[in-house]
Design a protein around this ligand. Structure first.
Ligand SMILES: [Zn+2]
Length: 194
C-alpha cells in the first residue's frame, strides 16, 4: 500500500509537508461541439505542499490529484455539463434490470459506449443523454422502442405485467387495444380518457 501522504516528501522543497487540503479547482471543457464550459469545484480535496518556504516554478507544481480527486473532477464535469453522471447511468440501467448489452441493443449503441459512460471514460452526447433519460424515466418508451423500432411484438400479458398501472379497467378492451397500438395520438386519447 502507498505510504500516507504526510510521510512523503515534496518533490520541490524535499520536506515532509504534503497534506490533504481543499482547493478551488477550475478548468474548461468543450463537449458535443459547443463552446467551452467552465467546470468549477470550490473545495476539491488535493494533496499539496503546505511549506510556506516552498517555491515551485508554477503554483500548481506541488498539487497532486489522486484517484479520488480525478474521479470527483470527472463526476462534477458530467454534472455541470448537465449530463447524467456515470453512477446515475448505472443506477438507471440497474433499476430497469437490464444488462449493458440489453441497453446497447435497445438503443442501437455501438461498441462499448454504455460501458465507457458508466465508467466515466467518455462523456455521452447530449442526444444520447436525452435518450437514456427517456428510457430510464418513461416505461412506455422502452416498449415503444422494442415494438416500433425493432419490430418485436409483446403479448398483451407481457405488457400487462410490465405496465400494470396503465391497465385501469380490465374489461375495457377498446382502451386496451388503443394502448396496444400505441401511436402517440392513441396514447393521448387514452390518457385523457383516464
Ligand atoms: Zn514543497
Amino acid at each position: 500500500m502507498a505510504r500516507p501522504v504526510e510521510q512523503r516528501r515534496c518533490h520541490v522543497c524535499r520536506q515532509r509537508t504534503l497534506r490533504r487540503v481543499a482547493r478551488l479547482f477550475e478548468y474548461e471543457v468543450s463537449h458535443d461541439g459547443r463552446g467551452p464550459v467552465k467546470i468549477r469545484i470550490p473545495d476539491l480535496e488535493v494533496v499539496a505542499c503546505t511549506n510556506p518556504d516552498c517555491k515551485p516554478a508554477e503554483p500548481g507544481d506541488t498539487i497532486l490529484h489522486d484517484d479520488a480527486a480525478i474521479w470527483r473532477i470527472t463526476v462534477e464535469t458530467y454534472r455541470q455539463l448537465g449530463l447524467l453522471t456515470p453512477e446515475e447511468i448505472r443506477q438507471g440501467r440497474e433499476d430497469l434490470g437490464l444488462s449493458l448489452q440489453e441497453i446497447a441493443d435497445l438503443l442501437g449503441l455501438g461498441g462499448n459506449s454504455l460501458s465507457r459512460w458508466e465508467r466515466g471514460r467518455v462523456y455521452q452526447s447530449r442526444s444520447s443523454d436525452t435518450l437514456l433519460r427517456i428510457i430510464f424515466k418513461v416505461p412506455e418508451a422502452r416498449l415503444f422502442v422494442e415494438r416500433d423500432c425493432h419490430g418485436h411484438d409483446e403479448s398483451g400479458q407481457e405488457f400487462k405485467e410490465k405496465f400494470p398501472y396503465l391497465e385501469t379497467d380490465e374489461t375495457d378492451r377498446s382502451k386496451w387495444r388503443k394502448l396496444r397500438r400505441f401511436t402517440p395520438q392513441d396514447h393521448m386519447t387514452y390518457a385523457e380518457a383516464g
